[in-house]
Design a protein around this ligand. Structure first.
Ligand code: FAD
Length: 389
């Protein structure tokens, strides 16, 4: 990452200065807008287009870009990572579907900057600065994406599933397999509507509807060698692949905070907050959310420090991700017990917050994450209490 930041050819004449407070204020504004529109977005086929425009207007689509490309460089070093964590958390608090889309955009830029090289990053940065949302689409089903050499370019065949923003994201970074079995990354550049390639019939879900995580068929599209990013195997290269999990967990945490906030509002409104059982539940929710935030803070900080040993970093991030999941599951239970049946009424904000959070919490291989982290603990030389110092 550092090598690219120093690339003189990528310098903008007047790179913006990163002002963390104004970035966070912008994120809070977008989150408020997203929260106000979230009930309307809770429908099959919905997409938060206005909220994505607000992300662009607040400069947040440029947040992961280095200053030399007109961004703030958030995520590339420890302080920037903590800023990014707060932004992801805030957007998630406003809307988990929007947070999912934004996290995908940030992830794509992480991969482009790490593996794409300066010239390609410079070209794509113009699109991000112009308000285009990026994404990472890796998941696939029975018709996986293939990259077939054809003369001096490639032809795509196959589809991606669970592709958040399908049809509305014009710059997805996708993984595709070459005939020799190796996996490459590439950025597909859609320059016109392509709804005919999108199938949302499989995205009939209880929550996260507005993330539009449908199927997109790439068959017949041609891509140039120049659209390929990095070397074979770079997408799953560690420690970045596993350590990046702190970013989706940060969005989850925003959803947990929104749920706890909704319970607090309910208790105030109904005058039930002083009851000792309700107070105890609120206290446990406050502990759960802050515990998750502290875990994530440290994971995000370490993930930006190159000197941290990869297995230690991966273990730490896995545990942080699972601490957030635990906090979320505990908060869901406490919220439902605190509010009762009212929490399940379609008119209650808790109903949507619950459905979104329960679905979005389902991320790949949670058992493997715990086992990998536990194996690190088992084999480490340090006393248990000093493992993470
Ligand atoms: C809202 C939403 C948006 C998404 N957007 C995108 C996107 O834009 N791009 C993208 O690429 N993907 C996306 N995904 C897909 C996502 O990355 C994961 O593929 C998906 O969330 C996996 O969830 P899962 O619960 O099925 O995981 P799984 O990994 O299948 O886990 C399910 C259970 O099976 C266990 N398990 C896993 N592997 C094994 C095994 N080998 N043997 C035994 N047990 C096993 C797990 O520990 C867990 O208990 C999205 C998902 C969601 C929910």
């Amino acid at each position: 990452m550092q090598a690219f930041l120093n690339d003189p050819a990528s310098n903008l004449a007047d790179p913006p200065k990163c002002d963390g407070n104004s970035v966070l204020a912008g994120a809070a504004r977008v989150a408020d807008l997203a929260a106000s529109l979230a009930p309307a977005r809770d429908a099959d086929g919905a997409f938060p287009a206005e909220e994505v425009r607000a992300l662009a207007d607040a400069g947040l689509l440029a947040l992961p870009l280095p200053p030399t490309l007109g961004g703030y460089g958030a995520g590339g070093e420890a302080l920037g990572s903590l800023l990014l964590l707060d932004v992801l958390r805030r957007i998630g608090r406003g809307s988990l579907p929007l947070g999912r889309l934004y996290e995908g955009h940030v992830n794509a830029w992480r991969l482009i900057l790490r593996h794409g090289g300066p010239a390609r990053a410079r070209r794509l940065a113009a699109d991000a600065r112009a308000g285009m949302l990026f994404a990472v689409w890796n998941t696939e089903g029975s018709d996986p994406l293939r990259l077939l050499p054809e003369g001096d370019c490639y032809r795509l065949e196959g589809a991606k599933t669970f592709a958040s923003g399908a049809g509305d994201v014009y710059r997805p970074l996708v993984t595709a397999r070459l005939p020799d079995g190796s996996v490459r990354m590439l950025v597909v550049r859609f320059d016109a509507p392509h709804d005919d390639r999108v199938d949302l019939s499989g995205w009939r879900v209880s929550g996260m509807r507005a993330s539009r995580s449908g199927r997109l068929d790439f068959t017949g599209l041609r891509v140039a060698t120049d659209d390929l990013i990095g070397d074979p195997g770079d997408y799953a290269r560690e420690p970045d692949f596993s350590a990046g999990a702190w970013r989706f967990a940060a969005v989850h945490l925003g959803g947990v905070e929104a749920l706890a906030e909704a319970v607090r509002n309910h208790l105030r409104r109904t005058g039930r907050g002083e009851d000792p059982h309700q107070l105890a539940r609120l206290g446990r929710m406050a502990t759960a959310t802050e515990t998750a935030r502290l875990w994530l803070n440290e994971a995000a900080r370490l993930a930006a420090i190159d000197a941290v040993a990869p297995d230690r970093l991966i273990a730490r991030v896995h545990l942080a991700r699972l601490a957030v999941e635990r906090a979320a599951l505990d908060t869901l239970e406490l919220a439902h017990r605190a509010v009762g049946v009212q929490a399940f009424m379609a008119s209650s904000p808790l109903d949507r917050l619950t459905r979104d959070l329960q679905l979005y919490l389902r991320q790949p291989a949670p058992d493997r994450a715990l086992a990998t982290a536990a194996a690190f603990v088992l084999n480490a030389d340090e006393p248990l209490g000093d493992l993470w110092c």
